[in-house]
Write a protein that binds this ligand. Structure first.
Ligand code: UT7
Length: 321
């Protein structure tokens, strides 16, 4: 017995912001952004929040799986941009969906968060603690971007993706993950400084800061090694994979990974041209798209892999059921 993804959903803000739109607020161009990253537009939340996007994506995943909200034993929301820290986003999703029997918590593993969440759900299900889990990756990164920094504000977008995980004879066959906290300074957001009657206030900066080239080098090394480790653990050849869904940060990272794995680029679907980097949501949104468009079918062997702030990384190998 293992666990499998039984249904997916996603939700995106209505507002589309193109590269040309950004060129009106920072010194950049469509040519620079699209050549260096592959990104052409992104969705930016105006009325939506991390909570509303999570609820919408979660509801769609429940409908797709045909599971009642009462059957969910765990709701996990992977995010680094919650609307507040208490109650956590998963509790708000629980209330909105009526998933009255679920434990609810958030996890933050930055862009690897959805894969960390699915692995956690897999462990809960395989150990018999729960029957079904709802795992959501959701972000409104637009609220922690420095909109005067062209080096970061052009890269990210808002959105959410979700999956229902449940016990199954076929499904997840291998997982992989890790972190290297010693490289944490390469990708950060501002800290919440101590602020009480016994401390001095420190200046706060909530924004994403990144050493893009270091993160790029890390990603192109790490992604192929995740996919290799996932397949080697279960004696599967890399060329048996039908589809590889990578974190949508940069088209050049995905192309380099494909080349290093000696696999055709067609096996690596992309949507970063439309949505940019949505951190914890990116692989979940892409999975929902390939599932709903019929690009993946029952029996396909699929790898998910991501990397991000922490630095963290994670991957999952599974049969689509
Ligand atoms: O979820 C994980 C998160 N992050 C990633 O995966 C990011 C990984 N890294 C990358 O994708 C790339 O490093 C970037 C796309 C972020 C940057 O590409 P790059 O080829 O490493 O460019 P660069 O940072 O070396 O900048 C090259 C030039 C610089 O100008 P000078 O110093 O050569 O005059 C930058 O100031 O491009 C300039 N630049 C821009 N120009 C126009 C930086 N951002 C922009 C911009 N528009 N938006």
């Amino acid at each position: 017995m293992t666990s499998a993804i039984l249904g997916t959903g996603s939700a995106l803000p209505e507002k589309i912001v193109t590269n040309d739109d950004l060129a009106k607020i920072v010194e950049t161009s469509d040519a620079w952004i699209s050549e260096r990253t592959g990104i052409r537009s992104r969705r930016i939340a105006v009325g939506e929040t991390t909570t509303t996007l999570s609820i919408d994506a979660g509801r769609r995943a429940l409908e797709d799986a045909g599971i009642s909200p009462e059957d969910i034993g765990l709701i996990l929301v992977a995010t680094l941009t919650p609307d507040g820290s208490m109650p956590n986003t998963a509790c708000k999703v629980q209330a909105a969906l009526g998933a009255v029997n679920a434990m609810c918590y958030e996890l933050n593993a930055a862009c690897s968060g959805f894969m960390y969440g699915v692995q956690t759900a897999h462990a809960f299900i395989c150990s018999g603690i729960i029957k079904y889990a709802l795992v959501i990756g959701a972000e409104t990164l637009s609220k922690i971007l420095d909109w005067t920094d062209r080096g970061t504000c052009v890269l990210f977008g808002d959105g959410a993706g979700a999956a229902i995980i449940g016990a199954s004879k076929k499904g997840i066959i291998s997982v992989e993950g890790g972190a290297d906290g010693s490289k944490g300074a390469f990708l950060t957001t501002g800290n919440a400084p101590l602020c009480n009657p016994y401390t001095k206030h420190e200046a706060t900066n909530p924004y994403v800061e990144m050493d893009g080239q270091e993160v790029f080098k890390f990603a192109v090394r790490k992604i192929p090694s995740i996919v290799q480790a996932l397949t080697e653990k279960v004696d599967i050849e890399i060329n048996q994979l039908d589809c590889i869904l990578l974190h949508q940060a940069n088209q050049r990272i995905i192309q380099t990974a494909a080349k290093r794995l000696k696999l055709p680029e067609e096996l690596f679907p992309m949507n970063l041209d439309q949505y940019g980097n949505t951190s914890a949501a990116s692989v979940a949104i892409l999975l929902d798209e390939v599932h709903r468009s019929g690009k993946i079918k029952s029996g396909d062997l699929i790898a998910l892999a991501g990397f991000g702030g922490g630095l963290t990384w994670a991957g999952i190998l599974m049969y689509w059921i």
